[in-house]
Design a protein around this ligand. Structure first.
Ligand SMILES: Nc1ncnc2c1ncn2[C@@H]1O[C@H](COP(=O)(O)OP(=O)(O)OP(=O)(O)O)[C@@H](O)[C@H]1O
Ligand SMILES: [Mg+2]
Length: 368
C-alpha cells in the first residue's frame, strides 16, 4: 500500500511514514510494571497520541495487560457539570474500547451510580472483571477544567490503593501541561497549583522532538518507497528550521512531494524546503492555526515579542514562562539564555504579528 507523510492527527502505520512511535518514551513499561501513575505532557503535535495508542496496543498484544488509550475531550463543555462530563466521557470510552480491544477484553456494562463516582466505579468494575491488569492512558486531560477535572482526579486518587485487582494497575494522564498547571477556577488561583489531587503520580515525563538522524530516517522512508531522494543538505535544513518538531517535519515533506515536486525522479533540495516553508507559513495550516490562537493571548505576546526583537526576556512570572515552554514557543539554553526554539515558528510568529498589526492599522485609518 502506498504511504504518505501525515499532517492530520495521529499516524497510522499502514499508510503513513512513521518513526517507531514509542522510541521517544523509554522506560514507560517499567513504570507500568511497577504499578505507577504518571503524567506525559508535551506541546501540541509532538506525537503523544500516536505514541500512546501504539504503546497500549503493544501492551495488550503482549498478553500481559488490558491496555487502552482513551480521551476525555468530550467532557470539555461540562466543566461545572460532573454528571454531564461523566456521561459524555463514559459513552465515548465505551465506543473507543469496542474498537480498540478484542471481545474477550471488553468491560462489563458501566454502572449507573451517583455522579462524582461513575468513572472510578466503572474502572473498578472493569479491573475486577479483566483477565489481565488494566492499564489506562487518558488523553487530552487538560481539555477538562474546574469541577469535572477535580472530580476525575479525585476518583483516580481515591481508588488508587485498590490497584491492580480492583483498579487500573497504571494510569497515564496525557496532555499539554503538567498536573499542577491544570486550569481550575476559584480558590484564588486559576491553576491547580499543587500536584494534589493527583499527588499519587510518580513521574512527569515529556516527549521530545525528533533529532537530526530521526528526520533523515523519516525522509528516507519516502526514498525507499518511491526512489525520490532528499539531498543530505535538504534534510539538514529541514531539521535546522523545524528543530525536529514532528508536525513541521512532516508538513514540509508533504508539501514538497505532493505539490511542489511530484516527479519522483527529481531530487529534493534545500530550495524546495525553503519554498515549502514559505507556503506553510502563508497558509497557516492546522498546527500553525492553533498556535496562532495562542499568539493572540497577551501573556504570550508580552514575552515573545521582545525576544523576537533581540531583547532580553522581559519581567514575567514563572507560570507565564512555563506556559510558553509548554507551548513550544520558548526555551532556555544551558547558559540560561531564553530564546525562541524553532526558527520556523519564530518566522511564523513575526509574520503573524505583522499581519495582525497591519489589520489594526487599516481599521484605525478607516475609522479616522
Ligand atoms: N512516530 C511518528 N513518526 C512520524 N511522524 C509523527 C510520529 N508521531 C507523530 N508524528 C507527527 O506528528 C503529528 C501529530 O501526531 P499526534 O496527533 O500523535 O500528536 P499529539 O502530540 O497527540 O498532538 P495533539 O497535542 O494536537 O493531540 C502527526 O500528524 C505527524 O505529523
Ligand atoms: Mg493528541
Amino acid at each position: 500500500m502506498p504511504r504518505w507523510f501525515n499532517t492530520a492527527g495521529p499516524c497510522q502505520a499502514d499508510i503513513h511514514y512513521l518513526l517507531p512511535p514509542t522510541l521517544r518514551l523509554p522506560g514507560l513499561e517499567r513504570l507500568i510494571a511497577q504499578r505507577n501513575y504518571f503524567v506525559i505532557h508535551a506541546p501540541r503535535q509532538v506525537g503523544k497520541t500516536t505514541a500512546m495508542l501504539a504503546l497500549a496496543k503493544q501492551l495488550t498484544d503482549s498478553g500481559k495487560y488490558t491496555a487502552v488509550m482513551l480521551s476525555v475531550e468530550v467532557g470539555a463543555p461540562f466543566s461545572q457539570d460532573i454528571a454531564g462530563a461523566e456521561e459524555a466521557i463514559l459513552a465515548a470510552w465505551r465506543r473507543a474500547i469496542s474498537i480498540r480491544l478484542p471481545q474477550e477484553l471488553q468491560p462489563p456494562a458501566w454502572p449507573s451510580l451517583e455522579s462524582g463516582q461513575r468513572i472510578g466505579d466503572a474502572l473498578s468494575l472493569w479491573a475486577q472483571a479483566s483477565p489481565h491488569p488494566l492499564v489506562i492512558f487518558i488523553d487530552e486531560i487538560d481539555a477538562l477544567q474546574d469541577q469535572a477535572l477535580i472530580s476525575i482526579l479525585r476518583q483516580l486518587r481515591d481508588a488508587y490503593p485498590n490497584r491492580p485487582k480492583a483498579f487500573p494497575q497504571s494510569v497515564g494522564l496525557i496532555g499539554l501541561r503538567d498536573v499542577r498547571d491544570y486550569k481550575v477556577a476559584g480558590g484564588g488561583s486559576d491553576r491547580l497549583n499543587t500536584s494534589s489531587p493527583f499527588n499519587i503520580k510518580v513521574r512527569s515525563l515529556t516527549l521530545r522532538n525528533f533529532n537530526a538522524e530521526e528526520v533523515a530516517e523519516l525522509y528516507a522512508q519516502h526514498t525507499e518507497d518511491t526512489g525520490q531522494v532528499f539531498t543530505p543538505e535538504a534534510t539538514a535544513l529541514a531539521f535546522e528550521l523545524t528543530q525536529g518538531q514532528p508536525w513541521l517535519v512532516n508538513a514540509l515533506a508533504k508539501e514538497i512531494v505532493e505539490e511542489l515536486v511530484t516527479d519522483e525522479s527529481i531530487a529534493i533540495t534545500e530550495n524546495h524546503i525553503l519554498e515549502a516553508k514559505e507556503i506553510l507559513i502563508k497558509r497557516q495550516d492546522t498546527h500553525l492555526d492553533s498556535l496562532a490562537e495562542r499568539l493572540r493571548e497577551n501573556r504570550v505576546k508580552a514575552i515573545i515579542e521582545p525576544i523576537l526583537a533581540g531583547q532580553e526576556l522581559p519581567e514575567s512570572s514563572n507560570d507565564d514562562r512555563q506556559y510558553l515552554v509548554d507551548l513550544g514557543l520558548l526555551k532556555r539554553d544551558p547558559a540560561g539564555v531564553w530564546s525562541s526554539p524553532i526558527r520556523f515558528i519564530e518566522k511564523f510568529c513575526r509574520e503573524f504579528w505583522c499581519k495582525a498589526h497591519r489589520i489594526v492599522y487599516r481599521l484605525s485609518v478607516r475609522v479616522g
